[in-house]
Design a protein around this ligand. Structure first.
Ligand code: RIB
Ligand code: NA
Length: 308
């Protein structure tokens, strides 16, 4: 049985690279185009698998030109695809991504087959979900399905509440770890994130019923607080020259899962620091899954952190 189970999205990323992001109504000349495998769920699963995690993916693909190819891609990195379902009469999820020279991006997704991921799929994979050491969900597939899976899971339940949305309160009491970025944290708490109010935001998120919260801050690392020890911390990250930040959050989530399983007795600042290190490595390369490090043990380093 896989230790890390991801229920969520798969999508083909059509990415253009241009000097900057286009303004509304503007046509820009870009300098590169790539087609690659993405989608937050699959990105997280692949990030975990590439680091040596034993992973399974529960998802839906379309029966178009991409479905079979996408499944092969997952198998190539060692993901168990028993619960990857090709669905008739729908397209595989896609994302149109623009990346600027600064590393910033803009994304429009069309979920397609991802919208077909159902409670029935949860039922069919109930054994896998119940036995998972880490169950990971996001918000690119139907919410009721993720909720159903989180109700079943008995291990660590890690929700990456992305893309941002506010109507997810029902699932939060089932989350062992809620992982969000700054805009997602701001939307969930109705408060603009700032270092000055980081602790208040962490507390507000803990009050929703989840056991712990991680807010990822890109080059600033991440802040963390859990109900058990109550001491909020800020874990620092290495500064690099970002080329493409797409999927860096997914690299963080996947790495976090692998390191949580591998280093059970290690302090949380070290696990978060190692996951930040993997995300940092991913932004120095173009693309999402292709930019995630393989068999990289970020635990060789000691990560700096501060009490908040
Ligand atoms: O988080 C990055 C991912 O978001 C991309 O791979 C794209 O597919 C979008 O879903
Ligand atoms: Na990248």
């Amino acid at each position: 049985m896989s230790k890390i189970v991801v229920i969520g999205s798969c999508g083909v990323d059509f990415t253009t690279y241009a000097p900057r992001l286009p303004k509304p109504g503007e046509t820009l000349i870009g300098n590169k185009f790539t087609t690659s495998y993405g989608g937050k769920g699959a990105n997280q699963c692949v990030a975990a698998a590439k680091l040596g995690g034993k992973t399974s993916m529960i998802c839906r693909l379309g029966n178009d030109q991409w479905g079979d190819k996408y499944r092969d891609n997952l198998e190539q990195v060692g993901v168990d695809t028993t619960h990857v379902k090709i669905t008739p009469n729908v397209t595989t999820g896609i994302a149109q991504i623009s990346v600027a020279e600064s590393g910033e991006n803009q994304i429009v997704i069309v979920p397609g087959a991802n919208n077909c991921l159902s409670k029935e799929d949860v039922k069919n994979s109930a054994d896998l979900i119940t036995n998972a050491e880490v169950l990971i969900g996001q918000l690119e597939t139907p919410f009721e399905t993720t909720l159903e899976a989180f109700k079943l899971g008995k291990g660590i339940k890690l929700l990456n509440a992305a893309p941002a949305r506010s109507d997810i309160t029902e699932i939060l009491p089932y989350c062992s770890i809620l992982c969000v970025n700054e805009p997602e944290a701001s939307l969930l708490t109705n408060t603009e994130f700032d270092f000055k109010n980081a602790v208040a935001i962490l507390k507000q998120l803990l009050d929703t019923g989840c056991e712990s919260v991680i807010i990822t801050l890109g080059p600033e690392g991440a802040v963390y607080m859990s109900k058990i020890d109550q001491q909020p911390i800020h874990v620092f990250s290495e500064r690099v020259n970002a080329i493409d930040t797409t999927g860096a959050g997914d690299a963080f989530v996947g790495a976090l899962a692998t390191y949580l399983v591998t280093y059970k007795d290690k302090p949380m600042h070290q696990i978060i620091g190692a996951a930040c290190q993997v995300a940092t490595m991913s932004v120095t390369k173009e693309g999402t899954q292709t930019s995630y490090p393989r068999k990289f043990d970020a635990f060789k380093k000691d990560y700096k952190y501060a009490l908040l």
